[in-house]
Ligand binder design. Structure first.
Ligand code: OAD
Length: 254
């Protein structure tokens, strides 16, 4: 029982869709206890300044501070568990194997829930790379207690493999996101304020193609007016309800 009533039109769209694209932001992990970025009081950017912690300049200025902040965030997400929204997407994908999840989240919770066809646009807190040549590094294998550890090949500082402000997104992931927008027949946008580009332009690209876009967010965002449907609800309530459409006795159309 989810307590959320969906219109027949929306349920029918969910049943008919085969190539579903789900774009998620930090709101999808809020019910796992992971802070969002811009929510007043609780958002990370209400307590910390992005330019002091999440830029290449900040890392060059004070690598130890930035490293410790990211290790704190990594510990936080390691203790968190995927919630009913993450799990609902896994069930949806079992019924619609072409479903793609493009996430701006670095918390790894979609991966831990078992999502396949996952595009992590902003990197991941549990991956590391050399800050000089960007080659991936296995932190556990380094056995270096320096803060941050040094790259065993060149001695440069090791950094988290996440996208910082002012950096370009990993090109393969961005290309995968664009191709998913071009292929999808339904798009969901879940738990993102839509303020960070290029992720924020993906819903408009789908709408330009005439694809229905369903927004799931308890708060109004710039997308709410143009979205085909806006579910003003928490992800942990809305996503199980949407997957429930697939279990209707009528079953999916031919
Ligand atoms: P924001 O903090 O900007 O937005 C979070 C959104 O989640 C808001 O619109 C909330 O209303 C919504 N929300 C909160 N609780 C929710 C719930 N239970 N269910 C559904 N929605 C909920 O976070 P993002 O949009 O993810 O980038 O931020 C985008 C990027 O900005 C991040 O990836 C990060 C940040 O700076 C980088 O670090 C590069």
């Amino acid at each position: 029982m989810t307590g959320l009533l969906l219109t027949d039109a929306l349920c029918e769209r969910v049943r008919a869709a085969r190539r579903v694209l789900v774009l998620t932001g930090s709101g999808v992990s809020a019910e796992s206890g992971v802070p969002t970025f811009r929510d007043a009081q609780t958002g990370l950017w209400a307590r910390y300044r992005p330019e002091a912690l999440a830029t290449p300049e900040a890392f060059a200025r004070d690598p130890g501070l930035v490293w410790r902040w990211y290790q704190w965030r990594r510990q936080l997400v390691t203790r968190a568990e995927p919630n009913s929204a993450h799990r609902a997407l896994v069930r949806w994908q079992a019924l619609r194997p072409e479903l793609v999840v493009v996430t701006q989240n670095v918390d790894g919770l979609h991966r831990r829930a078992g999502t396949r066809n996952l595009v992590e646009l902003h990197g991941a807190l549990d991956r590391y790379k050399c800050s000089r040549d960007q080659q991936p590094l296995d932190l556990a294998a380094l056995q270096d207690s320096h803060v941050p550890p040094a790259c065993p090949r060149c001695g440069a500082a090791v950094r988290p493999d996440v996208v910082w402000f002012g950096e370009i997104l990993p090109q393969a992931e961005l290309a995968a996101a664009h191709s998913a927008v071009q292929r999808c027949d339904l798009m969901l946008v879940v738990g993102t304020s839509g303020q960070v580009y290029p992720a924020a332009e993906l819903p408009a690209m789908a709408l330009d193609r005439g694809i229905p876009v369903v927004e799931v967010n308890p708060a109004e965002t710039p997308l709410a007016r143009s979205a085909t449907h806006w579910l003003r609800a928490d992800a942990g309530t809305a996503l199980p309800a949407l997957v429930g459409c697939l279990a209707d006795p009528g079953g999916p159309p031919g």
